[in-house]
Design a protein around this ligand. Sequence first.
Ligand code: NAD
Length: 484
Amino acid sequence: MSEAKVFDATAATELVKELRGTFASGRTRSYEWRVSQLESILKLSADHEEEISDAIHSDLSKPALESIIHEIGMVKNSCKLALKELRRWMTPEKVQTTITTFPSSAEIVPEPLGVVLNISPWNYPFFLSLDPVVGAIAAGNAVVLKPSEISPTTSSLIAKLLGKYLDTSAVKVVEGAVPETNALLEQKWDKIFYTGNGRVGRIVMAAAAKHLTPVVLELGGKSPVVVDSKINLQVACRRIIAGKWGGNNGQACVSPDYIITTKEVAPKLVESLKQELERFYGKNPLESKDLSRIVNANHFDRLTKLLDDDKVSGKIVLGGEKDKSKLQIAPTLLLDVPRDSLIMTEEIFGPLLPIITVDKLEDCFDIVNSGTKPLAAYLFTSNKKLKEQFVACISAGAVVINDTTLHLAVSTLPFGGVGESGMGAYHGKFSFDAFSHKKAVLYRSFAGDVAMRYPPYTPGKLRFLKALLGGGILGLIRAILGWS
Ligand code: NAD
């Protein structure tokens, strides 16, 4: 019986060597190559929509609607946008020059970085694997994708489909876990794009530092939802539920992690959330087909630990039911949890939603700003001043007013974190930029070669140059005419 070939550092070196050869050939730089690869991703997403959605279902029990809209649809939209805008994105941008370089012209030329690595997580296993690849290809790079071993069915389908549809001398998929990722991380890349938790983000950044490789880190954190009084509470609750449980059952990076509201609003908010949750998922949500399951037993145990913490004992006001055999946990609300409880100090990444209550809503600023900077911050209010204050004073990857998570779908907005929620951004043109170098190009002719620039540096030349730099054309004329 022949043993499966291990992907080790030697294999990784060979892989990168092959891709460097492809990139050096110049093939990936052409507009035509980029278009053909983007069209192929679009085609494979359309041809295999059902198979992809089934694979995601097998890994996460994710409802088909969520896979089709949040994963496959998002990848298709990214391809369509890149195909529509690529010529414009690739066109050098003419910029003004200054009098010191007269006569000259200048432009910013986007160039591909070279050979890039994308390491993706399990929670949106198709979208988060393919979307950065769309950006890397649009920008003209060769790329290696390392999907997550925790969503193995989708990972192997991606490997199969990319192998069949794309130029495999420029786009490779390496399946595997930590040893395979480490073998890849030992290589020199021109960029590493990593999506996942901050602990591994630190490993990725340390590995990148050895080669001075730039990184994009798409991480997570605790994204708060602040709920004011005098709002349409039903609409707010539906949107909180859609962002929390309708986004992979809380296993999403921008998922609402906790709610802050006033003591006065809290009882009405809990009541309304209960009503809407029952309307969406029925009286027994463990039976609902519209909720993803918890991805594996480790994550199930991690979430159980958050609920078993003594500090939140008696705080559950809805849910709490679990079934380990099916990896299901019901949508769970906890009221008035202490801020030093486990559930309030770790990213939840699951179907539990704690609510903390404050005397006045403005206290939310101290609470949010005393933690690490979140990937997203949400506010439900009709108060204009509060909206402005929230946008101005909360540092987060994104802020959404009167909804949750929808900023993800706006391709004109950059998507990324700040502080511990990540660095760098992508989506739309920002994806192209994330995988491009903006090369500064200055064009000069042989005319206008001023002696002032060269030694010997006389007092007259110094006077002239100071006038030129400080006073522009007028200063220059003064200097020439000898006026002080
Ligand atoms: P994961 O366990 O699938 O890990 C992500 C990737 O890192 C995988 O490809 C995995 O093989 C690799 N990896 C794991 N351990 C490693 C190690 N020791 N060394 C090298 N590579 C390793 O996914 P996860 O980290 O559980 O994903 C969930 C986290 O990701 C959450 O914190 C979530 O907020 C964050 N996330 C962020 C975004 C975003 O866009 N900002 C999107 C999704 C998830």
